[in-house]
Design a protein around this ligand. Structure first.
Ligand code: SF4
Ligand code: MG
Length: 312
C-alpha cells in the first residue's frame, strides 16, 4: 500500500505544483517494489524538491545545496544493502551540484536520481535555472534569459549514467513505472521529471505540455537498451539525439539502458574483498556495552600522521 510510505508532515508546496505528482509516484513505486522503509534512504539537497524526504516514511536526509548525490554516495558505500534515492531540482543538481552529478555517472554507483525539472529556482522566487532556454522569459524574470540551457538527458548519458529516462509529473502511473525501473537497475539511474512550477513559470505549464508529450515506448522501433557492448556508442548517440527533440513533440520514457558497465560497488569489492560481506555499516565500532573500540590514545596514534604540528 502506497500509504505505508506517507507521513503526517504537512506538505507546503504550492497547490497545483508538479511535485505532488512526483511524491505520489514515489509512494506507489516503493510500495509496488515491496521496499522496507528501514532499508530505503531518500536524500535531497536544497529547493522545493529538497522537502521530499519529509513526505516519505523511510530514512531521509535533507542535505546541503547541490550535495544530495555526495551524501547518497557516502550512504551507499557505507551500506550497499540500502536502496538509495536522490531528489533534487534542476538548479540543485545541474547548477551547484553538477560536479557530483557527473561524478555519479563516472562511477555508475547504484543510486536512483529523480530530477525535478521546472526550469526555475522555485524556492527562491523563480530565477532562471540551468535548464531554462535562452530567450525564455517566465513571469518571474524581468528580462529574457541570456544563457543557453543544459540538457539533463544528454549530460547523464555522456557522463556514464547507465539508466536514463524522463517522466512527467501529471502522468503519475507512467512516472511510477520509470522510478521502479530506475531502482531495479543496478547502476547510476536518472529519471528527469518535467514538473510545472505553477507559481513562477508560466511558460512550461500543464497546458504547454498537454498536446506535445508522447511516450517513447509507443514509438515504432524505439529500443533504448544496449544489447551488446559494441552497441554502446550507437545507443548513446540515439539517446542524445532523441533528447534534443523539443517542439511540437516532446518525448518521455526510457532513453538509454546499459547493463554492461560494472557498478562502482563491484569495483570496490574487487579491491577490498570484505566490502560486500562486512561493509562499513556492519563493522564493529564499540565493544559490548558501548565502549568505543579504540581508546583516546589509540585514536591519537591512528590519526598522528594527519595531525599538523605548528612550530612555535
Ligand atoms: Fe512548486 Fe514552484 Fe511552488 Fe516550488 S514555487 S512549490 S516548484 S509551484
Ligand atoms: Mg527548479
Amino acid at each position: 500500500m502506497a500509504s505505508r510510505f506517507r507521513t503526517d508532515v504537512w506538505i507546503d508546496w504550492c497547490p497545483g505544483c508538479g511535485d505532488f505528482g512526483i511524491v505520489a509516484a514515489m509512494h506507489k513505486a516503493f510500495a509496488e517494489l515491496n521496499l522496507e522503509p528501514e532499508r530505503l534512504a531518500v536524500v535531497s539537497g536544497i529547493g522545493c524538491s529538497g522537502k521530499t524526504p519529509h513526505f516519505i516514511n523511510a530514512n531521509g536526509v535533507h542535505t546541503l545545496h547541490g550535495r544530495g548525490i555526495a551524501f547518497a554516495t557516502g550512504i551507499k558505500l557505507a551500506n550497499p544493502e540500502l536502496t538509495v534515492v536522490v531528489n533534487g531540482g534542476d538548479g540543485d543538481l545541474l547548477g551547484i551540484g553538477m560536479a557530483h552529478f557527473v561524478a555519479l555517472g563516472r562511477r555508475n554507483l547504484d543510486i536512483a536520481v529523480i530530477l525535478h525539472n521546472n526550469q526555475v529556482y522555485g524556492l527562491t522566487k523563480g530565477q532562471a535555472s540551468p535548464t531554462l532556454k535562452k530567450g525564455d522569459k517566465p513571469k518571474s524574470l524581468p528580462v529574457p534569459n541570456a544563457q543557453d540551457p543544459v540538457n539533463p538527458i544528454a549530460i547523464a548519458v555522456s557522463a556514464g549514467f547507465t539508466f536514463v529516462a524522463r517522466g512527467y509529473s501529471s502522468w503519475v502511473d507512467h512516472l511510477k513505472e520509470l522510478i521502479k525501473a530506475a531502482i531495479n537497475h543496478r547502476g547510476a539511474a536518472l529519471v528527469e521529471v518535467l514538473q510545472p512550477c505553477v507559481t513562477y513559470n508560466d511558460l512550461y505549464t500543464v497546458d504547454y505540455y498537454k498536446d506535445k508529450l508522447y511516450k517513447l515506448e509507443e514509438e515504432p522501433g524505439w529500443d533504448p537498451v544496449v544489447r551488446s557492448p559494441e552497441e554502446t556508442e550507437e545507443k548513446m548517440s540515439r539517446a542524445i539525439a532523441k533528447s534534443r527533440e523539443w517542439g511540437e513533440r516532446i518525448p518521455v520514457g526510457v532513453f538509454y539502458v546499459n547493463p554492461y558497465v560494472e557498478p562502482y560497488e563491484d569495483r570496490i569489492a574487487k579491491r577490498n574483498p570484505t566490502f560486500s560481506s562486512v561493509p562499513p555499516a556492519r563493522q564493529i565500532i564499540a565493544r559490548n556495552g558501548g565502549e568505543p573500540l579504540l581508546g583516546r590514545e589509540e585514536f591519537r596514534k591512528l590519526f598522528s600522521d594527519y595531525i599538523i604540528k605548528v612550530k612555535k
